[in-house]
Write a protein that binds this ligand. Sequence first.
Ligand SMILES: Nc1ncnc2c1ncn2[C@@H]1O[C@H](COP(=O)(O)OP(=O)(O)O)[C@@H](O)[C@H]1O
Ligand SMILES: O=C(O)C(=O)C[C@H](O)[C@H](O)COP(=O)(O)O
Length: 305
Amino acid sequence: MNNIKSLPLVIGLGELLWDCFEDERRPGGAPANVAFQANQLGCQGTVVTRVGQDALGKELLEFLKQQGLSVDHVQIDESFPTGTVTVQYSDANDPQYTIHEHVAWDHLEFNDDLSALMQHSQAVCFGTLAQRETASREAIHQCLAATSEKCLIVYDVNLRQHYYERSWIERSLEAAKMIKLNQDEVAEISKLLGLSTGSLGQFANRIQEDYELEAVCITRGAEGCLIYAEGQEFNIPGSPVEVTDAVGAGDAFTAALISRRLQDWGWEQAAIFANRVGGLVASQAGAMPVLKQEFEQISQKIQNS
Ligand SMILES: Nc1ncnc2c1ncn2[C@@H]1O[C@H](COP(=O)(O)OP(=O)(O)O)[C@@H](O)[C@H]1O
Ligand SMILES: O=C(O)C(=O)C[C@H](O)[C@H](O)COP(=O)(O)O
């Protein structure tokens, strides 16, 4: 128990929901996936969200508890249901999400409990989707404002359908120390912010300077990632895997990067690890596969190489 308490506290702030695939439903929600994976990667991952007072919400709480995550900061909404997402594919590498509206995670409330939690967190990850309603958008930014100066605030952009606006993205970039986005999101953000299109490296350099970010991480699916940090560009190729579904690969990548940066790994080594973790999750069904031992083996191998 004492050991658990001393692990770095990594918060996933935003949506926790059910990803409804054709065959079955599986737990998901990008920030919740980050907290879940961080918990398997040597951190104390904690989800800050809201579920409905319904069977789907109870099942999500049971799942998190069984996996050793705290549910103390999951709020229960008396009016709105637990969130669901319909996941469809034409290509396993490119899932399409239909995010259902008017759900509990749109109605997060900031309070003293969250304020205290945020003050003690070593890292927080949030995205754009959970900012689609004013209530959660304001609660998320109140949470971010309550963190300590040394907290690693990570904006994992995750643009979904039409649920984003330029002003929300700018506000989020201003709050962040590190951002993570995929290649499609680079194109969309360049357009929204009126940045001239160049290479991924030029985009990373520009946005890092404009928003005084510590790091910009661009994921490229099977191609790996590009990280711009400390004035350097790291291009790390991916490791081939047989993809089951790529749902949650990006969130696992983010969690792996956070966990190793909190252990003071260098950017290159942390990116190699994050690529492997993202790839492994892409090779499994759903966003929250249980892979603690596999992650630990990969971590040891990279450290010994
Ligand atoms: N097909 C794949 N083969 C190997 N690694 C993958 C594959 N798909 C994803 N990954 C790993 O997961 C990371 C995140 O995947 P990506 O699809 O770029 O993010 P997102 O899910 O946010 O769109 C990649 O940078 C890579 O490290
Ligand atoms: O919350 C959302 O935005 C969702 O669409 C639900 C999904 O569980 C994750 O988002 C998967 O996210 P990726 O890691 O980008 O594949």
